[in-house]
Design a binder for this molecule. Structure first.
Ligand code: TNX
Length: 622
């Protein structure tokens, strides 16, 4: 019996070990639900053909054709059907295993690749296949045999971008959507209005952009520096025309990305109030200026005046024309109540409606907007502040101030999207604990590991309540992000972790494999195509102090495939003119002295990581 158990264990170990190494080899992000390695490989060459079954599949087939042409200068023929000796076939069958809209199957064997899925599923099958292709300019295009069955963990996998604080050209917004689609994210939350700029053209209210899209200047440095506030003295602004918005929405739809517009109300509204001051509290409000500083402002939309609601409805009418999304995000966060307390219109509304206080007035505001949008067949999303004073009946809650808002909403039977600050899903926070080595950011730590190890669904929910957690999102607020390169820097590699917690089974989490193999491989790809990203610190060492006369530093690994590690022992910041780490290095310190070892990673294109420090102290003999 003992022997039997022992051999069973050995078997299990063998299979487990094999399954692990199979997925390592493939380095897919997000890691698929099921992956089995086959034998042999499929070779793509000029004689290979791309097959499809119907017009829908043909679109995906064409995407592969385009990719092979652009990346490898290989032009393959398209055909209807799967006949032939070397065929990559896309099909959307009515099979039971592919009931889900986003699930797919991919099988690679010598002579045949088959991708099966419906709509988004087939598209995701293609994304996985693209990740299996060898590097750009490779001589032969071999894909190892494998069979994959995959489906997402969460239906909602979101990424947000704030274009109010800083804005980015349409061409970059499209790139952002490309990044999302390649990693199977499916909801782009476009934060279009805030205190510092109104960025969407509204024909009925032209001053929103004519006035509200421009600020006199912009704050520089961190905003919590108190009296040391500083401004750049340079006007800033711009907006997206309705034509451009349509273009973005259509572009995203073709990549199975839904675009959710956010229009902030009742707070974060200074840009709108600068354009139409009559929408603020009191009888002769304003004038207001589009904000040049970051923060939360006391002037908000008046909840007493009918004109406020009429205007916002007029705005939302045009928004609904532009965005087919069933969800419209109406903000609801950080709306101070000071002005409402002193406003006769708001107080009258409170009385008439029998409301308890200004929190219930905020709830009245949100519920009224919800009713309007529901009447047009749309649903609202709001930040978790919309819980205060009573939740609107059909609202979906975006839980950002930790997990408690999400838990409360799910317990009330409301849908929830988790985007907890405390889980590192604020990509405006810094990626390292070393402040001085990072570019200016809002502060606080949200490193890759923190994002990867977080669990989107909060603990303590019943199984029924679990169902209300639609999914997870990361937010990219841009107070401190003025360039597209910095957007990319803040995004990568954390986007990989987001994709994985949103799509993959939590059981498949393995931090070492994820960071050391898969992230390192995907960063090497970004490195090649010139996308900006943050180079993670050297793998195998953390900032440490060791008390000993000598120490050997072993098994360091570059965080980008193909990258190199350089080090110093003289406390200077290492670079590519220093010693290269190629194997174990022993350092020593004389009695009573210290030795400081610092190591960096430099990527193939020359991007450099922060350094990691190991401090060796040899105490004097007692
Ligand atoms: C909070 S998250 C905000 C934003 C800021 C962000 C900075 C949320 C609903 N409101 O206005 O940009 O923090 O991290």
């Amino acid at each position: 019996m003992k022997r039997f158990i022992l051999s069973l264990l050995m078997c299990l170990l063998f299979f487990y070990g094999n399954a692990q190494s199979a997925s390592d080899k493939f380095n897919i992000i997000p890691i698929p639900a099921e992956l089995n390695q086959g034998t042999g490989h499929f070779k793509i060459d000029a004689s290979s053909k791309i097959g499809y079954t119907n017009q829908q599949d043909k679109k995906v087939a064409e995407l592969l054709q385009q990719h092979l042409k652009n990346t490898y200068q290989l032009k393959l023929a398209l055909q209807k059907g799967s006949q032939g000796k070397s065929v990559i076939h896309f099909s959307s069958p009515e099979s039971d295993t592919l009931r889900l809209r986003e699930s797919y199957e991919l099988s690679v064997s010598p002579g045949r690749i088959v991708v099966k899925g419906k709509e988004a599923g087939l598209y995701y099958g293609l994304q996985t296949l693209l990740q299996l292709l060898p590097e750009k300019n490779s001589k032969s295009l071999d894909i190892p045999a494998v069979s994959i069955k995959d489906q997402p963990l969460y239906a909602y996998r979101g990424l947000h971008l704030d274009v109010s604080r800083h804005m980015f050209p349409v061409s970059f917004i499209k790139k952002y959507i490309d990044y999302m689609a390649a990693y199977k994210l499916n909801n782009f939350h476009w934060h279009l209005t805030d205190d510092q700029g109104w960025r969407i053209e509204i024909k009925k209210y032209p001053r929103l952009t004519a006035v509200g899209a421009y600020r006199e200047e912009t704050m520089i440095g961190r905003h919590n520096q108190g009296p040391n506030y500083n401004f750049d003295g340079t006007p800033y602004g711009g907006f997206y025309t309705q034509q451009e918005i349509r273009e973005v929405v259509a572009y995203a739809a073709a990549k199975h990305v839904n675009v959710i517009p956010e229009l902030e109300m009742p707070g974060h509204a200074l840009a709108a109030l600068a354009a139409y001051p009559e929408l603020a509290c009191g009888d002769r409000p304003g004038p207001f200026k589009v904000a040049a500083a970051w923060g939360v402002f006391e002037d908000v939309f008046c909840a007493g005046k009918e004109q406020t609601f009429e205007t916002l409805e007029g705005i939302l009418d045009e928004v609904m024309e532009l965005f087919p999304s069933s969800y419209i995000h109406i903000g609801g966060d950080e709306s101070p109540k000071v002005r409402w307390k002193a406003c006769a219109h708001c107080q009258k509304r409170i009385k008439e409606q029998g409301l308890k206080d200004e929190h219930e007035l905020q709830s009245y505001f949100v519920q009224r907007m919800e009713k309007y949008l529901n009447s047009k067949g749309r649903k609202i999303i709001g930040w978790d502040e919309i819980l205060e004073g009573g939740l609107a009946p059909n609202a979906t809650v975006m839980s950002w101030r930790g997990e408690s808002g999400g838990i409360a909403a799910a317990k009330q039977g409301h849908d929830v999207i988790m985007t907890a600050h405390s889980n590192g899903l604020y990509f405006d926070l810094q990626q390292s604990l070393r402040d001085q080595q990072e570019p200016l950011n809002i502060g606080g730590y949200a490193g890759l590991e923190k994002v990867y190890l977080s669990e989107p669904t909060p603990k303590g929910l019943t199984l029924t309540e679990h169902k209300y957690i639609l999914g997870v999102q990361a937010n990219l607020w841009t107070e401190y992000i003025a360039t597209t390169k910095k957007v990319e820097y803040m995004l990568f590699p954390r986007l990989f972790a987001l994709a994985e917690i949103a799509w993959s089974k939590p059981e498949s989490k393995q931090w070492e494999k994820f960071s050391g193999e898969r992230v390192a491989t995907h960063l090497a790809t970004l490195d090649k195509v010139g996308t900006t990203y943050r180079v993670p610190e050297v793998i195998g060492l953390r900032d440490t102090s060791i008390h000993a006369p000598s120490y050997t530093i072993e098994r360091l690994q570059p965080s980008v495939k193909g990258g190199k590690i350089y080090y110093t022992i003289d406390n200077f910041d290492p670079g590519d003119t220093d010693l290269e780490y190629t194997g174990p290095v022993t350092i020593s310190a004389a009695a009573g002295k210290e030795r400081i070892f610092k190591a960096v990673v430099i990527s193939p294109s020359g991007r450099k990581s922060n350094y990691i420090t190991l401090k060796l102290s040899n105490a004097p003999a007692k």
